[in-house]
Design a protein around this ligand. Structure first.
Ligand code: ACM
Ligand code: ZN
Length: 517
């Protein structure tokens, strides 16, 4: 970036100019600017006149800017955004909005005139992301989050240039996605008798929770909404563990049979899917078939974490499968199962992604790994040529507390201050140079055991997601926490205007305050 003299002012005379191939993005930018400013900002494809914002698609820029980068030029007379792709134009527009006063992120028209007007400083910027996977995970299984909130989260992610939102749609405590072929999944699996009580996780609150789930129509609407903001929704369907809500509806898919109840406490359920049963595999393919129809993205996340394999040890079907397939043990049985799932997904042009436990019985050939139990799994997978998303608890678990101050809300355990998120380096130094391209990026996790409402999610997510956004976008050598903290002060004003319930205490005040054990 180079900064020049002067400013560009948005006025009643400003128009937005684009050829047909850039018109969709031009319209999005004009709409975003019209909301808070109330300016007309007409869209045309006429010759640029003074006071224009010009968007231009130029495929030849790809060699320099990649598929997500952009060039942004702001002069007193003109704003020019160019990129090889629509994504790049979109991000150029986001950066232009960031140059304007923070009120430009207001969700409503501001009636009070701004001191200095809608002015942006003159700059020349060339920008592109360091990583392709810039993600967050949301868990609507433990606590359901309404579709309107997912839209808000997508909006807020997009202005951080985060591009991937993983939805943890199923777990022991709830099944949250409609599957047409197996309607009992939501009829029975989306309701639990009660939940842990606030402040005492061992006791139940006595309140029925649900039915809560997304219909396929809602999912389609969310996918389209996210696509328009260049955010990919990645579905996660947990298997073979964290599968109890499905077993409540279809107990024959477990090793011992039911009956089961949707789990009313957090933690890990010992009853899991039985891979010795052919019907269980057929069932999983039915579910994933519908999931692939709904979610167009390349990756389908199959969970794979925290699957206690004890039931498999005493299950005649599982043991018969082990013998028939010549498998060395239960971990290899999970790998055998993953292999069938991977083949099924590959037949639909999709790739399997799973938590790092899927390494335990040997990775299947096309699997990608999300490394959460530290970075070791990620290193092992990338070293073997598999793609990896880094999401270690140490730097990416946004359900951990942001501060040790006594004012923090209830949380699952663990401590992850803003500064530690910012320090995260997704590419391990021990990874050979030739394997580094397998690190696709990183992802922050918003597990919702202790987040009851969208406001709670926002509190745990922000500002840590802003720190992660910089980690996954900016060159490593440009990292500067003091600079981030300084810029964050202005950024928090944007979040105020967006109505985001971020954690307000600064990292600096946390460092000063005494630490409560
Ligand atoms: C996980 O936190 N069990 C992926
Ligand atoms: Zn079994």
């Amino acid at each position: 970036m180079t900064v020049a003299e002067g400013t560009f002012a948005l006025t009643r005379n400003t128009s937005v100019i684009a050829e047909p191939d850039a018109e969709a993005e031009a319209r999005k930018l004009a709409t975003a600017l019209r909301g808070p400013t109330g300016l007309p900002l007409p869209l045309t494809n006429k010759e640029p006149k003074p006071g224009a914002i010009v968007l231009q698609l130029d495929r030849s820029l790809e060699s320099k800017l990649g598929t997500e980068g952009y060039r942004l030029s702001v002069t007193p007379k003109r704003v020019a955004i160019s990129a090889a792709t629509e994504v790049g134009l979109f991000y150029g527009g986001v950066t232009f909005r960031q140059l304007l006063p923070p009120q430009v992120f207001a969700t409503k028209h501001l009636t009070r005139a701004l001191d200095g007007g809608w002015a942006a400083p003159c700059v020349e910027i060339e920008d592109r992301p360091r990583f392709a996977w810039r993600g967050l995970l949301l868990d609507p299984a433990r606590h359901f989050m309404p579709p309107e909130f997912i839209k808000k989260l997508v909006d807020v992610m997009a202005i951080h240039k985060l591009n991937t939102l993983q939805l943890h749609l199923t777990d022991d405590q709830g099944w949250r996605i409609e599957i047409k072929k197996h309607p009992l999944l939501t009829q029975l699996g989306s309701v639990r008798k009660e939940s842990p009580i606030h402040g005492d996780r061992k006791r139940g609150d006595g309140n029925r929770y649900g039915p809560f789930f997304y219909t396929q129509r809602q999912i389609r609407d969310l996918v389209a909404y996210a696509q328009a903001r260049h955010v990919t929704l990645v579905p996660e369907i947990e298997m073979p563990g964290h599968f109890l809500a499905a077993l409540v509806a279809y107990p024959a898919l477990s090793c011992r049979g039911g009956p089961f109840e949707v789990r009313t406490r957090w933690g890990i359920e010992p009853d899991i899917l039985c891979p010795g049963n052919d019907a269980a595999l057929a069932f999983v393919k039915d579910v994933l078939g519908e999931v692939c129809e709904l979610f167009p993205g390349r990756f389908i996340h199959i969970g794979g974490d925290e699957a206690p394999r004890d039931r498999w040890k005493t299950c005649p079907k599982c043991q018969a499968r082990l013998r028939a397939e010549g498998l060395k043990g239960e971990a290899h049985l999970q790998t055998w199962f993953n292999h069938r799932v991977e083949e099924f997904l590959a037949g639909k042009g999709r790739r399997l992604l799973g938590w790092d436990e899927i390494l335990e019985g040997g990775l299947t050939p096309g699997a990608a790994v999300m490394s959460w139990r530290g970075i070791k799994g990620g290193i092992a997978a990338a070293s073997a040529g598999h793609d990896v998303v880094m999401a270690p608890t140490s730097h990416c678990y946004f359900d951990y507390a942001q501060s040790k101050s006594p004012g923090e809300p209830e949380y699952i355990g663990g401590f992850l201050p803003l500064s530690r998120v910012y320090e995260f380096e997704p590419v391990p130094t021990e990874l050979p140079e030739s394997k580094r391209r397998h690190i696709l990026g990183a992802q922050g996790a918003l597990w919702t055991e202790y987040m009851w409402t969208p406001r709670d999610v926002e509190y745990f997510a922000f500002p840590r997601a802003a720190a992660l956004a910089e980690v996954v976008w900016s060159p490593a050598e440009r990292k500067d926490f003091a600079g981030f903290e300084r810029r964050l002060q202005n950024h928090l004003l944007r979040l105020d205007h967006l109505g985001v319930n971020y954690r307000k205490e600064s990292a600096a005040s946390d460092r000063k305050q005494s630490v409560v054990p």
